[in-house]
Design a protein. Sequence first.
Length: 345
Amino acid sequence: MDHWRRGHKQICKKIHRGGNAEQYYADKKYKEAVAVAVEACRGRHEGQKCYICLEAVHPHTGEGLVRGCACGDRDGVSSPELGVAHVSCLARQAKILCDEGEETDLDGEAFDKRWMRWEECGLCEQRYHGFVWCALGWACWKTYVGRPETDWARVNALTVLGNGLWAAERHAERLAIVEVQLATQRRLGISEYPIIVTRSNFANCLHSLGRLDEALAMERDVYARCKELLGTTNKSTLHTGNNLAHSLIQQGQYAEAKEFAGKLIPQCRRALGSNHVMTLNCHAAFAEALYSDAGASRADVLEAVTILEDVVRARRRVFGNHHPETIRALAILEGARMKREDVAA
């Protein structure tokens, strides 16, 4: 009775109706994340409709429209309405695809392609970004949180949630999730590869929170283990290599970063193609290290500007002008151009 008098009666009833505390919390955070995503996109999609349900306002949730992918202003796009949708419609589409994959026992690359719809647009095939990715992260987690702790979907949904929190710059929240994930994986005694992926995410959190020394040490170790376990051209190895290159730059270790990124570029190009985001990131890291070094010559700076101009053109073509990847590349290019003016003076 005292429990009820302290105000728990209503909240406990809601939690019970929601399934359990984890499910209730996930549902609540999802609704909050959708509201934030819709507010962030307010005014951008007046007069447009969701490409999935063909409604301006979601008929059941009442939510507005969002777009958080590379659709819209990239090269070759025929309509500015492309990719505009409701978060609930995107989440439902991803769930249906994954449900069908489970029911038909799809595995390997075929199922992975369906699972990636929680994080990638089905039209432009690029990752979501910002608050839209965060909302879809909570959508994924609330969909699978009720499964057993060892269920593959629940395990991977936690990674999707962490990635979404990173996209929304909720780094402290992401770190708390990754810490739980890593502890759980070690307790369950799972294979090394998933633990390496989680440790890479852990290092990324540390980097985002400004704990650069810890991040760099962990990224060196993670890259070495990835290379040993998976080979130099595996996508996960290249991803951890990209992270390491950028951490070296953040720590001012430009000579090592330049040498490392220079070796990584042909590996990325060979494995992923010239226009893949990781290949472009490698070029950007090499160029940033090249012009940032105190001993950079005028020729070095001019080479860096040329490389970064190519990277910006490629990102505009693939992602559009307003995508975060393009904006980040423009910021690095601006730094190179300022350095060019300095060496010319």
